[in-house]
Design a protein around this ligand. Structure first.
Ligand SMILES: [Zn+2]
Length: 683
């Protein structure tokens, strides 16, 4: 989905992070225990700041590497995995070794990417065919055809709008085409509209970045400045018409199934038929016009401005979307704005890291096969499945016991829980990339052809039976997700490795950590967004009015609590943006705790390393979240990320669990406790 648009409704466990550190491939993944006492800071009172108590040592031992904007347990594990994949790719890249067909694919892609001398020698040459085609565009039909070609080859989202396919929210048994809002170069709509000094400064830096990039492309300063002003005008108009991230959390606000004729009426200045033919689906009759207000505004802007303006605007976005694949001058300029300025990152990642990430993105399941063979024993799948089933049983018991929910709604909720599918480790059937032509001497060509493959795969799903075995992220990704339209939970192999899941440890930290993750994904099916989809994945209201009101009241308790937290400086957490994740975190940990208690009810649990079993459960949970984050990245995160800052993903939960106060003998009134009448509980 990376190429076309973010899957709007996938809810992941963590903010995707990456890497840093010493530069050598890892033959095997290092072992970090699931609970590490030296990561704690026992000088802190757990009843005052539990996150600092559980993670203070980790924070001191793990400063943010220069090429990272943040650094946490997930990111560090992902980095180790990347280093391990780097070694696998070096072997695969050697044409004299006995390579399997899959190794040859990933190896050739990697070798081409690593050929920096060749890439630098080409300068902006790889963009020339697309730029020449844009220069020849004579009318709106030509514009639509050019856009289709560029979207097809991977330059999406920021090229005016985004396009892809998704499950029809009203009939989840099929995929339909979808047109999304896009066209922006800054991370969020608010970045164009807010008037605070930080937002103004960001816009000024963006303006300079546009000029410098265009000058690299050969424009003189005056021409580049003219284009910059035009770009800001167009993007500000598009930003105004774009829904906020909080609005986009409402599935009804981003789902508008229309006939092609209705779309043509809504946005008449765009040549939809030409575009659809261009992306290879000329017979399309039904689409999701995700944000009609955006498409309408896009059309009126198209009508209002001369074609020449659009060609200049698109020329900027083409180079902006491709800069990181070009020669060093473009790469540095792209890094300087998008990473240094926007996220506070100090240094560009090593070439090998960027190349591993691109192989991962473009040939993820090919790389995944090689990864899984070495790192994911079948017993682990069985063990995880067992924990998933225990937690599902707890969810069902919870639903049955809810005092605020009527029997009718309970019945529907139980049906949904029973229908939820579990996918663990890796796909049963691997994606076949063999039709992509990968050349050892054509990096940008490989990127483009991989994108064409991915677009064809996504659009090819339209009108065909749903493949429920598909995964949205490959097995080497340290993350997990729930899809409300598939009604499935997905746990890639990488999220089931130590220190996240450590079969060598006592049960308590494992249930706190991985159990919490499983409970989190399961609860997503019943958060403010997920609850609006039924057992089959259809957007359908199965709640009585009274029960829905009761749910909202409980959810407000959570969003009010998180909105009171400060992310950085004077920036608060946006509790409405993070609501789904916060509800999932809280419900997930409660379910995990009960599952752990149930699974160990006939055992006599003993303290380990000076921590009682209950304390180990909570510390094990907290230690997935240990992180350091740069202030710029925290600022960006507060605006754009549906996950609360890690500190609150820990402290925000324990205040709502009386079991925590008991485990650490907290006195009433301590910061990590709440009076019973103030405790938030949804599930
Ligand atoms: Zn989540």
């Amino acid at each position: 989905m990376r190429r076309l648009s973010l899957p709007l409704l996938l809810v992941c466990f963590g903010a995707l992070a990456a890497d840093a550190g010493r530069d050598a491939p890892l033959a095997t993944l290092p072992y970090t225990p699931g609970l590490e006492p030296s990561f704690m800071d026992k000088t802190v009172d757990p009843c005052v700041d539990f996150y600092a108590y559980a993670c203070g040592g980790w924070q001191r031992q793990n400063p943010i590497p220069p090429d990272q904007s943040s650094w946490g347990v997930y990111g560090k594990l992902q980095d180790e995995i990347q280093r391990h994949l780097w070694g696998l790719l070096q072997t695969a890249a050697d044409p004299s070794s006995a390579r399997s067909p899959v190794q040859a694919q990933i190896g050739d892609y990697f070798a081409a990417c690593m050929d920096e001398a060749r890439i630098d020698g080409l300068g902006s040459k790889p963009l020339e065919p697309a730029l020449a085609a844009l220069a020849k565009v004579k009318d709106r039909k030509g514009l639509a055809a050019w856009l289709a070609e560029q979207h097809d080859a991977g330059s999406t989202d920021e090229l005016l709008f985004a396009f892809g396919s998704e499950q029809d929210a009203l009939d989840a048994t099929r995929f339909i085409a979808a047109a999304y809002a896009g066209g922006l170069g800054l991370p969020d709509r608010a970045d164009y509209l807010d008037q605070d000094p930080k937002s103004k400064e960001l816009r000024e830096k963006y303006r300079e970045h546009v000029v410098r990039t265009l000058q690299l492309l050969g424009d003189d300063a005056a021409t580049a400045r003219k284009t910059r002003d035009l770009v800001m005008d167009i993007e500000t108009a598009l930003a105004k018409a774009t829904l906020t991230r909080v609005e986009r959390r409402d599935p009804y606000k981003v789902f508008h199934r229309v006939q092609l004729a209705e779309l043509e009426k809504l946005a008449p200045a765009f040549e939809w038929k030409t575009y659809l033919a261009g992306v290879g689906i000329p017979d399309t009759q039904v689409l999701n016009a995700s944000q009609p207000g955006f498409l309408k505004a896009m059309s009126s802007e198209l009508k209002r401005r001369p074609l020449a303006d659009w060609k200049r605007y698109l020329r900027w976005h083409l180079v902006n979307s491709q800069a990181r694949y070009l020669s060093r001058a473009f790469v540095d300029e792209d890094f300087d704005f998008n990473h240094r300025t926007v996220q506070g990152t100090e240094a560009l990642s090593a070439r090998w890291k960027r190349c591993v990430r691109w192989v991962d993105r473009d040939l993820g399941e090919a790389l995944g096969q090689v990864f899984v063979q070495k790192n994911f024993p079948p017993e682990l799948k069985q063990k995880t499945l067992q924990m998933v089933q225990q937690i599902e049983r707890e969810m069902e018991a919870d639903i049955r016991g809810l005092e605020w929910m009527s029997p009718e709604t309970k019945q529907r909720a139980l049906e949904k829980s029973a229908a939820m599918a579990n996918k663990i480790g890796y796909p049963d059937r691997w994606r076949d990339y063999s039709s992509i032509k990968l050349a050892r001497d054509d990096f940008q060509g490989n990127v483009g052809r991989s994108a064409v493959f991915e677009t064809a795969r996504q659009l090819g799903r339209i009108g065909k039976p749903i493949d429920r075995g598909e995964w949205e992220i490959p097995p080497q990704t340290v993350n997990a997700y729930y899809s409300p339209t598939m009604n499935d939970m997905n746990f890639p192999a990488a999220v089931l490795l130590p220190p996240l899941f450590d079969p060598k440890m006592d049960a308590a930290p494992g249930y706190g950590n991985t159990g919490g993750t499983i409970g989190h994904e399961l609860t997503h099916g019943f958060d403010d967004q997920g609850r609006q989809f039924d057992a089959k994945g259809n957007l359908k209201d199965w709640w009585t009015k009274q029960d829905a009101a009761e749910f909202s009241r409980r959810a407000s308790c959570v969003s009010d609590q998180y909105s009171s937290y400060i992310a950085v400086d004077d920036v608060h957490v946006n509790g409405k943006l993070t609501l789904g994740e916060d509800v999932a975190d809280l419900g997930g940990l409660i379910l995990a705790y009960r599952a752990w208690r149930g699974a160990t009810s006939n055992q006599r649990l003993m303290p380990v390393d000076g921590l009682t079993p209950d304390q180990r459960f909570f510390v094990g949970n907290a230690q997935w979240a240990c992180s350091n984050i740069r202030p710029e990245a925290m600022r960006l995160r507060a605006r754009t990320n549906p996950h609360s800052p890690p500190k609150y993903r820990v402290n925000g939960l324990v205040v709502n669990m009386p079991e925590f106060g008991q485990a650490f003998s907290c006195k009433p009134g301590a910061p990590m406790t709440k009076p019973p009448e103030k405790v938030c509980k949804v599930w």
